[in-house]
Ligand binder design. Structure first.
Ligand SMILES: *[C@@H]1O[C@H](CO)[C@@H](O)[C@H](O)[C@H]1NC(C)=O
Ligand SMILES: *[C@@H]1O[C@H](CO)[C@@H](O)[C@H](O)[C@H]1NC(C)=O
Ligand SMILES: *[C@@H]1O[C@H](CO)[C@@H](O)[C@H](O)[C@H]1NC(C)=O
Ligand SMILES: *[C@@H]1O[C@H](CO)[C@@H](O)[C@H](O)[C@H]1NC(C)=O
Ligand SMILES: *[C@@H]1O[C@H](CO)[C@@H](O)[C@H](O)[C@H]1NC(C)=O
Ligand SMILES: *[C@@H]1O[C@H](CO)[C@@H](O)[C@H](O)[C@H]1NC(C)=O
Ligand SMILES: *[C@@H]1O[C@H](CO)[C@@H](O)[C@H](O)[C@H]1NC(C)=O
Length: 734
């Protein structure tokens, strides 16, 4: 429903002067207030109301609200809230909430404040905080910063989707009070009997519900038509069966720390998504000064100092409180931020820069109009010296110690990300001297340095990572102990999927093959090895980017048009520094909001497990309820985990472009599976050896949309599974 209201707000106060939220004639909210409305169309200078007095006009859809955010939180030390309102008996409720801790007051219906509100005049309404309307008592003490006017929530009953799922289910999503007796289905022209098994509404997406129906006959290839009332039908063609098998006798341990993210928000986030490793990293931490928790954004934001949020110690504390592990980056350049306000390139000193911070017009980007860097001013203007003993002292002083430490971040490109601190290009020797990791940013810098090929030439024509591993191996031998536990790299898919059209989505979903592939090499030292490469299961997946077509002549990597990242790195380690673990502390799906980004994440987490990757953290913090967050929830949500041993899966078809099937077990008996259908049509799978029994099922995607759907199902012996298009499914034997 739509409501229309004209509102004038003021907060009365007995401590200080009244605070005005909105004054007619201003055309906008008062200074210190922001529009945080949702699902609404608003006009802050409407004169359509009585007397043509300027007011805010609001039309909301279900769940929408006019919401005003106070930059300074208010409390019940104010006397109340006064506003003028006009409308055709608008069914509005007012409530107060806090964006910092998500607390909300009781919802106060306008009808409990005035019954005379009408379209012919504005009615003045006052909410007394010490005696809330409707005998709701006193407004609780809290740091309120949002005043919300919410329209009546009337939801039209509607069937939104109905899809085949697993062996014999229909998954029906709906809104409002629909009549489920209207749902019927025919399979290849014959009516099937349906029984309603469960209606489920996830606690964190309450506006949506899913209802599962069980068919009295298994889903099979052919035409499925689901009718939901007279005018709504959903039709599918279920394809022919694809065959596969699992072998629970053949298992391989999955490293527990592959389910990591960068910068989780808090302990609840970690627990609800089941995050196992939490990285404190990225460009800003290179300048982290524990003495004051200052940092500098570098080239990401006008080389400005600021206070780090969160600070290191509270971060390590909440990670530990959540029972999870931390991966902590220690700065390794010669400087860290000295305060929260300085910046490297003031306009007053360098008047001729390309751009300036829109929020601080004096802070520039350090670039001259012709693209060259300005010569940096002395580092001490912005930074304070940093060295290895200060780093050791920082770690020593930490009340909660990090589980794993990396030495800085993408330091090989410091001459651009931190041009002000380190203007000279970093070469092989300096990087080795500073870094034990090396958290290298991308494919290009795995094999060379910023200095360029003269640097490769100066190092026996060896590519960077093999050289780095060999040096660390040598140094470890000399020291008589292992000096590097993890080879840490960053990996960002190189194909361009930015168009996000059908072709780009399909490309995004198949490029996960660059994680794995197969590589059979006798040695990594010479190009002639190319002849030895005969990938048996992923024939020649060449990267669908510049990497797949160009071979920089100086590189000595075998098969450099294919990435095969995990096996390639494992082989490199095997050859140059055996026993080192492999870590990927930054990677992403290329789209955090599109369903295909979520499916890429599901597929990637499955691939990490099968291929023995040791640890990984997603860049950056996936939205808990977005497609990428749900990929973590699928494997690990709220205490229900994918198994810790990967079970062998064989599929008859070479369908890895559009399908991922991952099986696991923890006890060697019960099976947990994840299947991700990356195709735009359903897939119909017959996988032998899946034990019959009761299974817990979770899924997201497809027409059912991005939500935490779950139920319990029975799987019969030899049953086949239908997975809707663009859907990821988890099922765990109970
Ligand atoms: C108010 O904010 C909402 C989203 O928060 C936005 O959609 C809307 O356009 C804004 N309205 C005005 C008039 O600024
Ligand atoms: C709200 O809807 C009314 C009636 O359709 C319309 O006159 C008014 O302009 C709308 N207000 C806004 C802000 O869109
Ligand atoms: C409409 O609202 C005005 C202002 O509150 C009030 O004076 C008037 O009596 C109301 N009219 C009706 C018909 O309720
Ligand atoms: C179906 O559509 C017809 C015509 O479009 C309409 O008259 C009828 O009310 C609709 N029935 C339902 C159940 O929505
Ligand atoms: C850019 O301009 C600066 C200052 O005029 C000059 O020193 C520098 O050489 C120029 N760079 C290039 C690449 O032309
Ligand atoms: C690091 O800096 C501190 C403070 O300036 C100094 O006391 C210390 O000797 C330095 N350590 C090294 C290894 O240079
Ligand atoms: C998590 O699981 C617990 C125990 O099964 C349950 O009580 C709780 O409601 C769940 N929380 C969420 C947010 O799903």
């Amino acid at each position: 429903m739509i409501f229309r209201a004209f509102v004038l707000l003021s907060v009365g106060v007995f401590v200080a002067a009244d605070v005005t939220v909105y004054a007619p004639g201003s055309g906008s909210l008062a200074s210190g207030w922001e529009n945080w409305s949702w699902s609404s169309t608003l006009d802050f200078a409407s004169t359509a109301g009585p007397g043509a007095v300027e007011a805010i006009s609001v039309n909301t859809t279900a769940w929408g609200a006019l919401s005003t955010f106070a930059e300074t939180a208010f409390n019940n030390n104010y006397a109340g809230l006064r506003f003028d309102i006009s409308g055709a008996q608008p069914d509005v409720s007012v409530y107060f909430s806090s964006s910092t801790d998500s607390d909300a007051s009781t919802s106060l219906p306008l009808a409990s404040m005035s019954t005379v509100v009408n379209t012919t005049a504005f009615t003045t309404v006052t909410i007394d905080f010490s005696n809330l309307p409707g005998n709701e008592g006193v407004l609780a003490t809290d740091s309120w910063n949002l005043i919300n006017f919410q329209g009546e929530i009337v939801v039209e009953p509607l069937f939104l989707s109905a899809e085949p799922l697993a062996g014999n289910l229909l998954a029906v999503t709906s809104q409002g009070d629909v009549d489920f007796s209207q749902v019927s289905a025919t399979l290849n022209g014959a009516k099937v009997t349906l029984s309603l098994s469960e209606t489920y509404s996830p606690w964190d997406t309450p506006a949506q519900t899913i209802t599962y129906f069980t068919l009295n006959t298994p889903l099979s290839a052919g035409s499925l038509v689901i009718a939901a009332g007279a005018n709504t039908t959903f039709s599918y063609t279920i394809p022919a069966l694809q065959y596969g098998t699992i072998n629970i006798a053949n298992t391989k341990n999955i490293s527990p720390t592959i389910y990591g993210v960068n910068f989780p928000t808090d302990a609840d986030y970690i627990k609800l998504l089941g995050v196992t490793l939490n990285r404190w990293g990225g460009n800003a931490v290179t300048a982290y000064n524990p003495d004051g928790a200052f940092t500098n954004a570098g080239n990401d934001w006008f080389f400005e100092n600021r206070v780090s949020s969160p600070e290191a110690n509270p971060f390590l504390q909440f990670v530990s409180d959540a029972g999870s592990k931390s991966l902590f980056t220690v700065p390794a350049l010669d400087w860290v931020s000295k305060d929260s306000t300085s910046y490297s390139y003031p306009r007053t000193v360098y008047p001729d820069q390309q751009s300036y911070d829109p929020f601080n017009s004096d802070a520039g980007d350090g670039l001259l109009p012709n693209g060259s860097w300005v010569t940096p001013s002395p580092q001490a203007n912005v930074y304070t010296p940093w060295n290895i003993s200060l780093a050791a002292a920082m770690l020593e002083a930490m009340p909660v110690k990090p589980d794993i430490i990396t030495v800085d971040n993408e330091i090989e490109i410091a001459s651009s990300t931190h041009q002000d601190m380190h203007p000279d290009p970093m070469g092989y020797d300096e990087e080795l001297a500073r870094v034990a990791a090396p958290s290298t940013c991308a494919w290009w810098f795995y094999w060379t340095s910023e200095i360029g090929y003269t640097d490769n030439a100066a190092h026996n024509n060896q590519d960077f990572l093999p050289w780095f591993l060999a040096q660390m191996n040598k140094a470890s031998a000399q020291a008589g102990k292992r000096l590097l536990d993890y080879l840490d790299i960053h990996y960002y898919f190189a194909p361009d999927t930015s168009a996000n059209d059908a072709a780009a989505k399909a490309l995004r979903l198949r490029m996960t093959r660059s994680w794995w592939g197969m590589i059979l090499l006798s040695s990594y030292t010479s190009r002639s090895c190319k002849a030895n490469v005969m990938p048996p299961t992923d024939p020649d997946y060449l990267d669908e980017s510049w990497i797949g077509t160009s071979i920089p002549p100086q590189w000595t990597e075998p098969n450099p048009n294919a990435i095969w990242l995990i096996p390639r790195m494992q082989q490199l380690i095997q050859q140059f520094y055996p026993g080192t673990k492999l870590s990927i502390s930054e990677w992403d799906s290329t789209d955090d909001t599109d369903i295909t980004g979520g499916l890429v994440t599901v597929d990637s987490l499955g691939i990490f497990g099968v291929n023995g990757l040791d640890q990984a953290t997603y860049w950056s913090q996936p939205d808990q309820l977005g497609p990428v967050g749900l990929a973590y929830w699928l494997y690990r949500g709220n205490g229900t985990y994918f198994g810790d041993k990967s079970v062998q899966v064989n599929l008859a078809d070479n369908s890895q472009d559009v399908l991922g099937v991952y099986a696991s077990t923890s006890d060697g008996v019960k099976v947990t599976m994840v299947i991700v259908n990356k195709d735009v049509v359903p897939v119909n799978l017959a996988i032998s050896n899946i034990p019959a029994g009761k299974y817990f099922l979770r899924h997201f995607g497809g027409d059912a949309g991005v939500a935490k759907w779950q139920t319990t199902i029975d799987i019969a012996a030899n049953s086949n599974f239908v997975i809707p298009s663009y859907t990821a499914v988890f099922f765990q034997q109970q």
